[in-house]
Design a protein around this ligand. Sequence first.
Ligand code: NAP
Length: 244
Amino acid sequence: MRRIWPPQHTGELDDAALEELYGYPAGRWLAVNFVSSADGALELGGRARALSNEPDQRVLRLGSDLADVLLVGATTAMVEEFRGAHPDAETAARRERHGLAPVPPTAVVTTGSLPVDAPVLTEAPVPSYVITTAAAPEHKREAWAATGATVVVAGERRVDLRSAVDALAVAGLEHVDSEGGARLFASLLAAGVVDELRLTVSPLLVAGAAGRIAAGVDIDPAQLELLSVVAESDTLMVRYGLRS
Ligand SMILES: NC(=O)c1ccc[n+]([C@@H]2O[C@H](COP(=O)([O-])OP(=O)(O)OC[C@H]3O[C@@H](n4cnc5c(N)ncnc54)[C@H](OP(=O)(O)O)[C@@H]3O)[C@@H](O)[C@H]2O)c1
């Protein structure tokens, strides 16, 4: 992989340099990861995986390997068949080197659609978090908790994502790696809790009716600052900071 921005720091990146680039700064930080086709699609055939490739997987993996918690919307958890993080030896060694817990838990945002037998609850190696509302059906909350999940109530009828991120931080989960999807991203932007967007531009044109990476609620346009651009063959991996 080659860093091509900023101009004073260009050149090939070894594993250590990539780890530094995709690490999290001290304190609270929420990074949002997406891969998009060059014409702006967030999925192909209903899945993000079809847009992804080896370099995208490499940076996505760094984001989760170095995070305290993974954050996803209920739809992404189901469509992308999230099973929680299952670290291999390389990830385990990386997490140990950085003083992180062996496995980052996954936090799923839902007002009720998340099935109690969702793989993210039943197959995760550490208990997941379910972030929901006071209005979520009591039987559903009890059933999620019965799977071993930690149920966090944030908001009355809609999930209050600022409260949700606060609750994760109180639990010691300050470095948040959001892995989708579009409605969650837009809501995180509306809540003003996004620090960074990590966007891979996949070298594909797909047309069709796929949505964009942020959708669902209106926001004031968010101004971005270009932090880094890394290229590998035809793929671009861009990091943007959200200007406050
Ligand atoms: N290209 C990529 O990198 C990438 C990454 C991930 C996903 N994706 C794609 O994105 C698509 C899924 O995205 P999506 O927008 O449909 O769903 P999403 O953002 O993954 O999940 C939306 C769901 O989250 C729950 N939710 C609860 N409170 C919310 C709040 N305050 N704001 C937003 N969501 C809240 C809702 O479930 P309840 O009904 O239970 O409340 C809502 O239906 C899939 O096609 C997937 O393949 C692409």
